[in-house]
Design a protein around this ligand. Structure first.
Ligand SMILES: NC(=O)c1ccc[n+]([C@@H]2O[C@H](COP(=O)([O-])OP(=O)(O)OC[C@H]3O[C@@H](n4cnc5c(N)ncnc54)[C@H](OP(=O)(O)O)[C@@H]3O)[C@@H](O)[C@H]2O)c1
Length: 209
């Protein structure tokens, strides 16, 4: 796949590493082009671009900025018509211990409203950056889950294909409205990781009998 990653922090770096490792073509950008270039230098098939050049022929955008920066960051890419935007954000408070939106909307729904010509899909938001960077395998041969929610079947299938390419199981979590559940799920994961001291090698998964 041809993928633009916007954001060069914890999650952007983890995506660059993992997407490169399975041969995706990655264009990476951020506010600081030097950080983007330093990442691109580390991984095959990853090239750094200024925001205005970063979309290129990518089919998919991985949104790896803070929620508060998301719309500005997406708009800096230019025309998103027809693009699939994978929204990994969680609308966290400054201390990371609560969400700033929820119940009656979600980060994903607000972002989708702000970029109406793109197809937004919630995914990967329940994985710590460390977990994403290390890959889909957990103890006892368990494989982790990526929860995917979107109103666009094409966007959902794109996110599912991308997650599978990286070795993750996927859980179809329904329409974008269900980002209202996935963002609190990430909040619980953050509490367990940091508040309860379980660390950042954990992730939620769904089981069936
Ligand atoms: N960290 C995790 O474990 C984790 C797990 C799941 C989901 N998430 C979500 O993933 C998102 C990213 O988290 P993170 O930990 O990677 O954050 P981070 O380390 O702070 O990285 C955010 C990146 O976004 C860039 N950015 C901000 N505004 C921008 C703009 N207008 N244009 C381009 N780039 C811009 C920042 O640039 P600068 O370097 O210039 O500041 C930085 O590179 C957040 O929404 C978070 O809730 C994080």
């Amino acid at each position: 796949m041809k993928i633009t990653v916007i954001g060069t922090g914890n999650m952007g770096s983890a995506f660059a590493k993992q997407l490169s490792s399975v041969g995706h073509t990655v264009r990476i950008t951020g506010r600081n082009i030097d950080k983007a270039s330093a990442l691109a230098d580390q991984y095959a098939n990853v090239t750094a671009y200024a925001a205005s050049e970063a979309l290129g022929d990518s089919d998919v955008v991985v949104l790896a900025t803070a929620y508060d920066d998301a719309v500005t960051a997406l708009n800096s890419l230019g025309d998103l018509s027809g693009k699939v935007v994978i929204d990994i954000t969680n609308p966290l408070s400054a201390d990371y211990m609560s969400l700033t939106v929820g119940h009656v909307t979600s980060a994903s729904e607000e972002i989708a409203r702000a970029v109406p010509h793109a197809s937004v899909v919630k995914a990967f938001n329940t994985l710590f950056a460390q977990v994403l960077a290390e890959g889909s395998r957990f103890a006892n041969d368990q494989r982790g889950s990526v929860f995917v929610a979107s109103d666009s079947e094409r966007a959902k299938q794109t996110a599912i294909a991308l997650a599978h390419s990286l070795g993750w199981n996927t859980v179809d979590a329904g329409g974008l409205v269900n980002a209202r559940y996935l963002e609190p799920l990430a909040g619980l994961n953050i509490y367990l990781g940091y508040g309860a001291g379980l660390g950042t090698s954990i992730a939620p998964a769904w089981l069936s009998k």
